[in-house]
Write a protein that binds this ligand. Sequence first.
Ligand SMILES: [Zn+2]
Length: 297
Amino acid sequence: MNKNKDFEISPAGTVTDSDMELINKYARKQLSKDEVYTFTVVLCDNDVDRDYEHFTADTLEKLSQMFVGVTGIYDHEPSAKNQIARIYDCKCEFVEGKKTALGEDYMRVVAKAYIPVCDASREIIALLDSGIRKEVSVGCGIEKCICSICGADMREHSCTHIKGEKYSGKLCCGVLSDPTDAYEWSFTAVPAQRKAGVIKSFLRYDDDDYETMKRAAAQSERFKSYMILETVKAGVTAQIGIGSELLEKMVCSLSAEDMIKLKALFEEKSSQLFPVRSQLDITGKDKDISVNSEYSI
Ligand SMILES: [Zn+2]
C-alpha cells in the first residue's frame, strides 16, 4: 500500500561522527562529512489520513525499524538515477502536546537520510535546502486494516461499516496494523499554489474514488438490511420455531451470501408446508395454447 501526506523535510544540520558511522555502512567507499548532505523527513504518523486510515503506535515502531537502509526517490522522475537518498537512521517520536484527530497522543516516524554530494545531486540538494513543503509518500506492506467500530478486518469486507462515517458519534477508521515490509519512500516538492493548482486535481481524483467506494458500500449495506428482513420473514413463514427477534440476531451475523442460502432453505421448507395450489392449470392437461386457456381462471 502507498500513503501520501504533507510533511516537512528539513536539513539535518551538523553531521556528527555517529551519523557518519551509520552512513558509511551503506557507502561503497568511505565518505567524509563534506561529501554528504543529510536531511530529516517525517515518513508517516498515527493521525487519520485522507483515506480515513491511521497507523497504530506499534505499527509505526515496527516501520521505523524497517525503513532503515531504504532508498528514496525524488518523485518527479522516478528513474534509477533519482534513487538518491538513503535512510540511515529512523525513530518514532511523540510530539509534545500534539493530539491526533482521534484525540490520541501524536506520534510520527522521523528518518534521517543522506545524499552523496555530486553534480547530479546539486539541484535536489538546493531544493531540500529551501525547506519548502513536500508531499512524502511511503510504500509498505500492511497485513491488516481493522475496522475501528467493530474490529473486523476491512480488507476481507467482513463488516458493513464505512470509513469516514460516524456510528453513535464515533468516526469509523481503518486501523493499519501488522506491517510486513517497508519498500519505498519518495518525496515531491509541493508548489506554493497547491490549493489552486495541479496537485489539487490529483487529490480530487482520490476524493471521487472514495465517494464511489462509499456509495458502493452504502448500497451493500442497504442490500444487507433488505436481506435480513426478507430472511427473517421467510423463517417465520417456514415455521422454524425461532422467534423473529432471536432469528434476526442470528441472521445479522451472517454474510449476505449465507443469508441468500438460508432464505432459499426457508422458502423451500415453506413450499413443503404450504404447497402452492395455483388456480392456473399449467400442467398442460387442458392446455390449448392457441386460446391461452391456461390463463383462464
Ligand atoms: Zn466494522
